[in-house]
Design a protein around this ligand. Structure first.
Ligand code: NAD
Length: 506
């Protein structure tokens, strides 16, 4: 018998309102891992009611004290790290070292946010009037909703929750249907820290049946969403109708530029990791390799030799380099793109096939693939979200930047060059929220802002201290200790005249 989960409200698991369940499976083996209630609008109502109760208590707790609870949550995750990492690997399919890295990111972020409880800075500024004092304070937005994808089933909920919780918000999480088990264990582990009941809530289920009612619930004050552009558009539109803040983190088509003066060995290592780590299913995955024509032949040959040697298999086996993709539908879509690449006159440099036999029979495996293509083809501009690297030849730096910027997305970018002037120009000219110099497009650190430009998002940032801005409102405070009515603008003008005539000024 596999474990069954309902909805997490009021600090514990409860039965869901309906009787329907869905299964979560290991994409490497097809093994059923757990069964989850298929939540509905009634469950969302119950979870939000719980979040409203939790919010009343949590927002009154001083932020440094909330930080203390977050620190305990980080320590609980540290104790459970190996278990959670192994679950990430079994449910999502990334290799174990990446699963550990993902849980470490959640631990680090909760620790970092615990410290933010003692910072939560506002501003103090002079008043235009005497005996008056002005400042700003940050206050929580209220109960907030979070809708997350399957590719980082622990760290994305942790980024959103860490920032929301330290800000004093309560949360209702709707995890992706492919990875609810990771989210459930994450919530159980951090709950060991002793959050007041109702501060953290989780409702599993589909976007239409849980996500949509969550966005439309009148007590939800903000939505933080990570996922694809098409879904993001729907979420944004629904949020706009309610005039609530919607933070969107969407897709990418991240380029690595390799210039003629690059350290090619380093670039090969970086591209290999960036393109095929997590089977290319990272929002920051390297999906385009843009190469200066004078090193094109050399680097494609070096890279193809390494790609062919990548060991694909069950990600729980520590000798494996690349696991499966998330599900059958994703596999079909990725294989479809490889076909499109071929039909667009793309030249398959490495891989290109589906892995079906023997150890691969029950999982969703694809060969790591490199396809030479031209800028403007579908495989060079659309997000494939799998282990497929489009390789594009360019004649110089200007063309490289123009190709890099010639897509709707702008999440991460990278350039390999030894020319410091070029590197600094690229920082300014590449249209992306993140740029790496001589490093791959993946590997963000939690204390820096994370997010993209153009269709990758709405401009807000996760991670770093700026994440708090997504979950707080600024309040301006005016304290008048003059004991008389002072009128801004009106009294300022008369005082100015008085002062100038006293000092004999014109
Ligand atoms: P998705 O858009 O299909 O789903 C994301 C979440 O939205 C899921 O929980 C899903 O159930 C929910 N959802 C679906 N329809 C909805 C609706 N109408 N209303 C409310 N919620 C709805 O994305 P996915 O396949 O889970 O994730 C892959 C995508 O996420 C890729 O495009 C990837 O680039 C992107 N991503 C972006 C970042 C980033 O930080 N920019 C990080 C990770 C993943």
């Amino acid at each position: 018998m596999v474990k069954e989960f309902g909805i997490f409200i009021d600090g514990k698991w409860n039965d869901a309102s309906g009787k329907e369940f869905f299964e979560t499976v290991n994409p490497a083996t097809g093994e059923v891992l757990a069964r989850f209630a298929r939540g509905n609008a009634a469950d969302v109502d119950r979870a939000v009611a719980s979040a409203v109760r939790g919010y009343r208590v949590w927002k009154e707790m001083p932020a440094p004290m909330r930080g203390e609870v977050l620190l305990r949550a980080a320590l609980a995750l540290e104790r459970g790290k190996e278990e959670l990492a192994s679950l990430v690997t079994r449910e999502m399919g990334k290799i174990l070292s990446e699963g550990r890295g993902e849980v470490q990111e959640a631990i680090d972020f909760f620790k970092y946010m615990a410290g933010e409880g003692r910072r939560m800075f506002g501003e103090t500024t002079p008043s235009e009037l005497p005996d008056k004092f002005n400042l700003t304070v940050r206050l929580p937005k209220g109960p907030v909703g979070m809708i997350t994808p399957w590719n980082f089933p622990v760290s994305i909920p942790s980024w959103k929750m860490g920032a929301a919780l330290i800000s004093g918000c309560s949360v209702v999480l709707k995890p992706a249907t492919d990875t609810p088990y990771c989210a459930a264990r994450f919530v159980e582990m951090i709950s060991e820290a002793g959050f007041p009941p109702g501060v953290i809530n989780l409702v599993p289920g589909t976007g239409a049946e849980v996500g949509s009612p969550l966005i439309n619930h009148p007590s939800i004050r903000a939505i933080s969403f990570t996922g694809g552009v098409a879904t993001g558009r729907e979420v944004y539109t629904a949020g706009a109708r309610r005039l609530i803040q919607v933070h969107l983190e969407l897709g990418g088509k991240n380029p690595v530029i390799v210039m003629d003066d690059a350290n090619l060995d380093l670039a090969v290592e970086g591209v290999l990791f960036g393109a095929f780590g997590t089977s290319g299913q990272r929002c920051t995955a390297t999906s385009r390799l843009i190469v200066h024509e004078s090193v094109f032949g050399k680097i494609t040959e070096m890279l193809a030799a390494r790609v062919e040697k990548l060991r694909v298999g069950n990600p729980s086996d520590e000798s494996v380099d690349m696991g499966p993709v998330i599900n059958r539908k994703a596999k079909e879509s990725i294989m479809g793109y490889i076909d499109i690449g071929r039909k667009e006159d793309g030249h398959v440099i490495a891989g290109g096939g589906s892995l079906e036999d023997g150890e691969y029979a029950r999982g969703n495996y694809i060969q790591p693939t490199m396809i030479e293509t031209r800028h403007g083809s579908r495989i060079s501009t659309e997000e494939i979200f799998g282990p497929v690297l489009s390789v594009i030849k360019v004649k110089d730096y200007a063309e490289a930047v123009s190709v890099a910027n010639g897509v709707q997305y702008g999440l991460s970018s990278a350039i390999y060059t030894m020319d410091v002037n070029r590197a600094f120009q690229a920082i300014r000219q590449l249209e992306s929220g993140i740029t790496y110099i001589n490093a791959p497009t993946i590997g963000a650190e939690i204390h820096l802002p994370f997010g993209g430009v153009k269709n990758t998002g709405t401009g807000g940032r996760e991670a770093g201290s700026s994440a708090i801005e997504e979950f707080t409102e600024l309040k301006s405070v005016f304290i008048d200790y003059s004991d008389r009515l002072q009128k801004a603008q009106i009294d300022t003008e008369s005082r100015l005249k008085e002062t100038m005539s006293e000092s004999g000024g014109a």
